[in-house]
Write a protein that binds this ligand. Structure first.
Ligand SMILES: Nc1ncnc2c1ncn2[C@@H]1O[C@H](COP(=O)(O)OP(=O)(O)OP(=O)(O)O)[C@@H](O)[C@H]1O
Length: 471
C-alpha cells in the first residue's frame, strides 16, 4: 500500500482524512512542521497533503511554505498537495510556484480529494519509472568504460577486467584486429591502482626492428647516428603507470629477450647506456596472431608468453557476438550522429539484415567506420545498405526486395541496369520516370506532380536533383 503523509494542525481534519483514506493508503499523520519533516525523512512518501496554516502561524502560510520547501529539498520528486482555505488562494498559488504539485480548497470533499490523490500517485509512479529508465539508459550509454556488449563472451571479458584491474599482474589480450584489445587494456588501467599515472601504448608491429629497441628502452646521446640527445623510452615514460604492448606477437626475437629481462628485473638500460634504471610499470600486452602457433613455430618465446599471459583475456570476433552487432551499430549511430551533427534516426530493415549477416573481417573497427560513413553518405535519416558502403558484389546478393526492384525497373524503359549499384539503378529509374511524366504532362509541374503522386515541393526537389525543368 502506498504511504501518504497528511500534515494538518486540525485534529478534526486529520481524523476525517485518516478515516476516509486509510482503506486506500498507509496514512501517516503530522500536526507540525517539525513532526512532518521527521516522519517524511523516515517514511519517504511519494505524496503529501499539506495544510499551509501550521503552528505557530496558523493564520498565515509561513510554516506551511517552509514545510513545503524542506520536503522538496529532501526529495524534489514528492507530490505535495496543498490544502488551504478559500480565502487563501494567493498562498496556494505561491506554493504551486514553489513546486507543490496541486492545491485543494477546504472544506474537503473526500471523493474529489481521492481523485487528486490517485492522479498524484499515478504521476509520481510514471516519473519514477522514467527516472529508472533514464538511469539504465545512461548506464547502457557508457557501456563498460565505453566497451559495449551483452553476449556471454563479452560479459566474461567484463568480469575478468573487474577481477584483474586492481591486482598488479600482467594481462595478455588475444583477439582479431579491431576487436577492442586497446580499449580493454585502457579499461584495465582506468579501473586499476595506477589510474592516476600514464597509460602508454606502443605498437610493436608498426615500428621497424632497428628503431623499436630505442622506442621501448630509450637511448643515450650519440648511441647511434642521429641520436643527438638522450631520449627516454616508452617503458620508462610509463613509470608508475601501465605499458600497453600492442602486437606483441610481432616483436623480433632479440627484443623478446630484452623484454623478458625487463619483466624479470624491472630495470631498463637505454641503448648506448650502461646505467640500470628501475622502472615500475604494469604490463598489458595484446596480439591478434595465434600466439600458440607462433610458439610452436619458434617465433615467440614461451618464457615470455608465460610472463605476459599470467591472465589472458580473449576477445571474440564481432561475427560471434550475436545481437551485440546491432547494439554496437546503434551505439555508433547515436555517437557519430551527435558528433557530426547529422540527423540519423536508425537503420532500415534491409540494413539491419546486412549488418547481422555480414562477416565483419575488420570487426568492431570496421563496423564503426561503416556506420560513420553511412551517416555522412545517407540521403535520409534512415540508413540504407548502400550508405553502409557494402561492395556491389555483396549488394548483388541483397534481399529479394532489391532484386524485385531491379526486375521491375528493367521492364520500365529497357534501361541497362545490370552491374549498377542499387542506389545508381534507382537514380536511373527515377530519372526516366521524371522525364516521361514531364513529357506526358507537357512540362506542367502541377500535373506532373499529380501524375507521379508526389507533392509539388517534392517534385521540385526531384527535378533539381536530376537537372530537369518543368515549363
Ligand atoms: N565493445 C566495444 N564497444 C564499443 N566500441 C568498441 C568495442 N570494441 C571495439 N570498439 C571500438 O573499435 C575500435 C577498435 O578498437 P581497438 O583499437 O581497441 O581494437 P584492437 O583490437 O586494439 O585493434 P588492433 O588489433 O587493430 O590494434 C575502437 O574505435 C574502439 O573504440
Amino acid at each position: 500500500m502506498e504511504k501518504l503523509l497528511i500534515v494538518d494542525d486540525s485534529q478534526e481534519i486529520r481524523k476525517q482524512l485518516k478515516w476516509g483514506l486509510a482503506k486506500d493508503y498507509k496514512v501517516i499523520l503530522a500536526e507540525s512542521v517539525d513532526e512532518a519533516l521527521v516522519l517524511f525523512a523516515q517514511h519517504q512518501p511519494a505524496v503529501v497533503t499539506l495544510d499551509l496554516g501550521l503552528p505557530p502561524d496558523i493564520d498565515g502560510a509561513t510554516e506551511g511554505l517552509r514545510c513545503l520547501e524542506e520536503i522538496l529539498k529532501q526529495q524534489p520528486a514528492t507530490k505535495v498537495i496543498v490544502l488551504s482555505g478559500n480565502e487563501d488562494h494567493a498562498n496556494a498559488l505561491a506554493a504551486v510556484g514553489m513546486g507543490a504539485y496541486d492545491f485543494y480548497h477546504k472544506p474537503i470533499n473526500l471523493d474529489e480529494l481521492k481523485i487528486i490523490l490517485s492522479r498524484a500517485y499515478h504521476v509520481a509512479g510514471l516519473e519514477e519509472e522514467n527516472r529508472r529508465l533514464q538511469t539504465e539508459t545512461r548506464k547502457e550509454e557508457g557501456g563498460y568504460g565505453g566497451i559495449f556488449g551483452h553476449c556471454p563472451a563479452m560479459q566474461k571479458v567484463f568480469a575478468t577486467i573487474k577481477k584483474v584491474a586492481s591486482i598488479d599482474i600482467p594481462v595478455l589480450i588475444l583477439g582479431e584486429s579491431g576487436t577492442g584489445k586497446e580499449i580493454v587494456a585502457q579499461a584495465i588501467h582506468n579501473r586499476g591502482l595506477r589510474q592516476e599515472a600514464r597509460f602508454v601504448a606502443i605498437n610493436c608491429g608498426a615500428i621497424p626492428e632497428n628503431l623499436l629497441e630505442s622506442e621501448l628502452f630509450g637511448h643515450e646521446k650519440g648511441a647511434f647516428t642521429g641520436a643527438q640527445n638522450r631520449v627516454q623510452g616508452k617503458v620508462e615514460f610509463a613509470d608508475q603507470g601501465t605499458l600497453f604492448l600492442d602486437e606483441i606477437g610481432e616483436m623480433p626475437p632479440l627484443l623478446q629477450v630484452k623484454m623478458l629481462r625487463f619483466l624479470q628485473d624491472k630495470l631498463v638500460q637505454r641503448v648506448g647506456g650502461r646505467e640500470d634504471i628501475p622502472v615500475d610499470v604494469r604490463v598489458v600486452a595484446a596480439t591478434n596472431i595465434d600466439i600458440h602457433d607462433a610458439m610452436k613455430k619458434g617465433d615467440f618465446r614461451e618464457d615470455l608468453y608465460y610472463r605476459l599471459g599470467v591472465i589472458t583475456i580473449e576477445l571474440p570476433p564481432l561475427r560471434e557476438r550475436g545481437d551485440d552487432i546491432e547494439l554496437l551499430a546503434n551505439v555508433f549511430l547515436r555517437r557519430f550522429s551527435q558528433e557530426l551533427s547529422i540527423k540519423a534516426r536508425g537503420f532500415s530493415a534491409a540494413s539491419l539484415k546486412w549488418i547481422k549477416e555480414y562477416d565483419w573481417p575488420g570487426n568492431v573497427r570496421e563496423l564503426e567506420n561503416k556506420v560513420k560513413r553511412a551517416i555522412v553518405m545517407a540521403d535520409t535519416p534512415i540508413i540504407e545498405p548502400w550508405d553502409l558502403g557494402f561492395e556491389e558484389r555483396e549488394l548483388s546478393d541483397l534481399s529479394d526486395e532489391a532484386t524485385v526492384a531491379t526486375e521491375d525497373t528493367e521492364m520500365l524503359g529497357g534501361l541497362e541496369l545490370s552491374g549498377l549499384s542499387l542506389k545508381d539503378a534507382r537514380y536511373q529509374v527515377d530519372h526516366l520516370l521524371l522525364q516521361r511524366a514531364l513529357e506526358e504532362c507537357q512540362g506542367n509541374v502541377q500535373q506532373t506532380a499529380e501524375y507521379l503522386s508526389v507533392s509539388r515541393p517534392t517534385l521540385y526537389d526531384l527535378l533539381k536533383k536530376h537537372g530537369l525543368h518543368g515549363s
